[in-house]
Design a protein. Structure first.
Length: 213
């Protein structure tokens, strides 16, 4: 302890002799902020890949639909996705099936990942009884693929509306820049529905989705 006091005294004396007009030693700041997680890097790249298509529309086709669904509203119908609204927070992407313009995918950033919701409207613009359902990413995902397990809000809605098969839904989106975009719905029981959109060729911009004219 005495040695520390002596060294401190000597330092103070040296400063006094120098007139105490010397600038304090420069201290290099150390950035202690955490590095972005791998998942957020992947999400940034995923969102940037979609942003490249803002304002454009693309035609799609079913590439998986198992098991077959009776009176399927998708089979045999022309399909178009339109990256219609783009903001820093996310995207609104209408998904048109034939003349049905009731569906819009809402993809939004959260503090830890991404949220996918399905905005469903009637032709008069009013909300469907089953709307804004979806899920939030729970795993890292990648720059190419993100998955959205069903959330509690959606499970409650499905149970209330008698859609018990949907309480195990897992949605996914994939994008290969310049290649394709895939929308997917899967269930553990074997349900798999996928629509693939060709990003190599844009098509005519469709009308606005119902309720967003």
């Amino acid at each position: 302890m005495n040695r520390r006091i002596s060294l401190f005294s000597a330092l103070c004396a040296g400063l006094l002799l120098a007139g105490c007009d010397q600038p304090p030693p420069q201290v290099t700041a150390v950035d202690t902020s955490p590095e972005p997680s791998l998942s957020m890097h992947a999400i940034d790249e995923f969102m940037a890949a979609i942003a490249q298509h803002c304002g454009r529309a693309y035609s799609g086709r079913i590439i998986a639909n198992q098991p077959p669904v009776e009176d399927d509203p998708f089979e045999g119908q022309p399909m178009v996705m339109h990256v219609r609204e783009c903001t820093e927070a996310g995207f609104r992407i209408p998904f048109h099936v034939g003349d049905d313009r009731s569906r819009t995918w809402v993809l939004t950033r959260t503090e830890s990942g991404l949220r996918l919701q399905h905005d469903h409207r009637h032709e008069d613009g009013s909300e469907d009884a089953v709307t804004m359902y979806g899920g939030t990413t729970e795993t890292q995902g990648s720059a190419v693929r993100q998955e959205f397990p069903v959330d509690k809000y959606s499970i409650g809605m499905f149970e209330r509306e008698g859609l018990s098969a949907s309480v195990t839904n897992v949605w996914a989106m994939e994008i290969e820049p310049g290649g394709r975009f895939v929308y997917e719905l899967a269930r553990p029981g074997g349900r798999l529905f996928q629509v693939e959109f060709d990003l190599g060729t844009a098509v005519a911009t469709p009308p606005a989705p119902w309720g967003h004219e």
